[in-house]
Design a protein around this ligand. Structure first.
Ligand SMILES: NC(=O)c1ccc[n+]([C@@H]2O[C@H](COP(=O)([O-])OP(=O)(O)OC[C@H]3O[C@@H](n4cnc5c(N)ncnc54)[C@H](OP(=O)(O)O)[C@@H]3O)[C@@H](O)[C@H]2O)c1
Length: 210
């Protein structure tokens, strides 16, 4: 996602638990994208403090701790986008099954941990990281965006559509994230059965964009 959004002209900061790892990842991204790209790397809490839109993509087993580690760095004007999927791998199970989350979904778990006024969305669950990383590959998936705020959904949908061939879908309230998150486990199983790597979702029957 870093490469795709930076290629689209966004200023991207890569967060990491280790400042040096973040900087090294940013250097690699700049080498791939060339001089015009604005990508830097920082320790997670510094990255969250510096960003307007914080996209958090960590394994579900680390989800709670990671949110707690950046919560102080997120301001009410920021948008927090959760990509986490509660795959059963978090408890030693299979990646093609998902866990039930007490709050309903990973995104709702985030909402419980963040201050009540935080602008939270969830998105990008059904797009494979490998496809995003390989700039030669055409993404063939919709991105379903959920948030309790229509305005937040609009902003995140606009961000997603900066990536060529992605169509953003208004997924409605944050509670719908449960369904979207679970689809990822389904797609992982489909990938395995069809021996492919980037099965995605497309919602049909919607009006064409004007
Ligand atoms: N991979 C996909 O195609 C895909 C697609 C849709 C959704 N997702 C979801 O997105 C999330 C991230 O997936 P991923 O495949 O990118 O995972 P990942 O490569 O295993 O982890 C992403 C980053 O999270 C940090 N991290 C890893 N373990 C951590 C821990 N125990 N505590 C804190 N930070 C940790 C690491 O960054 P540092 O070491 O730099 O801190 C790591 O580079 C997951 O919830 C996954 O289900 C993934």
């Amino acid at each position: 996602m870093v490469l795709r959004l930076a290629k689209a002209g966004e200023k991207v900061i890569i967060g990491s638990r280790q400042q040096q790892k973040g900087e090294d990842s940013a250097k690699k991204a700049r080498e791939i994208l060339g001089a015009e790209a604005t990508v830097s790397g920082m320790e997670n809490s510094k990255a969250a403090a510096a960003a307007d839109i914080i996209v958090m993509s960590v394994p579900f087993a680390a989800h709670v701790d990671m949110i707690k580690s950046v919560v102080e760095s997120i301001s009410p004007d920021d948008i927090f986008v959760d990509v986490a999927v509660p795959l059963s791998t978090a408890v030693g199970g299979s990646a093609s099954t998902a866990l039930g989350v007490w709050e309903g979904s990973a995104a709702q778990q985030a909402a419980k941990l963040l201050p009540p006024k935080t602008k939270i969305a969830s998105a990008f669950h059904n797009v494979v990281a490998e496809s995003l990383q390989d700039l030669k590959r055409q993404i063939d998936s919709d991105v379903i965006v959920c948030s309790d705020s229509q305005e937040v959904r609009r902003v995140v949908m606009q961000l997603a559509e900066e990536i060529p061939n992605i169509r953003a879908i208004d997924g409605g309230r944050l509670e719908n994230s449960r369904i979207v998150e679970q689809i990822t486990a389904l797609l992982i199983g489909i990938n395995a059965r069809y021996k492919v790597t980037d099965a995605g979702v497309r919602i049909t029957g919607l009006p064409a964009k004007g």
